[in-house]
Ligand binder design. Structure first.
Ligand code: GLP
Length: 261
């Protein structure tokens, strides 16, 4: 894992956007795994700016989002489709028929989940997967105890997760109880992962993920086995990392050809 500690979320997301932009510019048919939640929003704003001001084009890109609620109309203000439309899709030139999210209204959920996996494989696999992290260490909606080999499937959301995601729903009771989410096995197949974590509320989860034992009790800790994961945090989220001085030293000493800034 490469841990990069930036002063603020804004600064970290500017760097994160450069990492995404490099993939978009260098791959003939880039495949991006996208995440919702509040963590990536400044990164999406920066991608929109790069599109408008620096000609970054998503015309040849394909995207797959991590997750979606079950039973929610895609046009609902709380759906992840709406979140992506408002924060990214409608501001860039990504062809809409290549912007995929799991379909929370699918009639045959197991068949739809299997099809989602097939679509990812048919696109050539995910080049770069964006990830946030839950305060309990969840990745996408893979709550603690999720199987390390899990694939896209239906999951039940923990009350705490429903509370954390209540914003656009008005109250936690309105948040659906179920979701469709890529599995940990799906995420682990992405060629690169870029995980974002910000604020004091994520500090323990970041510590557990990076420096704790690999355990299904902290699903994100599985990324210790991933070949190429970058963890981008702000000072607060990185505050409990025991080896933070080492991570800073590594980043400061990075050769120029490995830098994005
Ligand atoms: C939700 C999403 C996750 C996200 C997490 C953290 O549970 N399904 O993908 O990482 O929230 O969200 P936030 O970035 O708002 O803290």
């Amino acid at each position: 894992m490469e841990v990069i500690i930036k002063a603020t979320q804004e600064e970290a997301c500017r760097l994160g956007a450069r990492i995404v932009a490099e993939v978009v510019r260098t791959r003939p048919h880039p495949v991006l795994g996208l995440a919702t939640g509040s963590s990536p929003l400044p990164l999406y704003r920066e991608l929109v700016r790069l599109h408008r001001e620096e000609g970054l084009s998503f015309a040849h890109a394909t995207t797959f989002n991590l997750d979606e609620y079950v039973g929610l109309d895609p046009a609902h203000p709380g759906s992840f489709r709406t979140c992506m439309e408002e924060n990214l899709f409608r501001h860039i030139d990504l062809p809409r028929d290549r912007a995929h999210l799991p379909d929370g209204l699918a009639k045959d959920i197991p068949a739809h989940c299997a099809e989602y996996e097939r679509m990812i494989a048919a696109a050539g696999g995910i080049d770069l997967q964006l990830l946030g992290i839950g305060s309990d260490g969840h990745l996408a909606f893979n709550e603690p105890s999720s199987s390390f080999r899990s694939r896209t499937r239906i999951k039940t959301l923990w009350t705490e997760t429903r509370r954390a995601n209540a914003g656009p729903f008005g109250s936690p009771e309105q948040v659906p109880h179920h979701c469709l989410t890529m599995g940990l096995g799906t995420i682990m197949e992405a060629r690169r992962c870029l995980l974002l974590g910000f604020g004091r509320g994520k500090a323990q989860a970041i510590r557990d993920m990076v420096e704790g034992p690999v355990t299904a009790s902290c699903p994100a800790s599985l990324l210790q086995f991933h070949e190429h994961t970058i963890v981008l945090v702000d000072e607060e989220a990185g505050s409990l990392l025991q080896h933070r001085d080492y991570y800073r030293e590594v980043y400061a000493g990075k050769p120029d050809w490995q830098r994005w800034e």
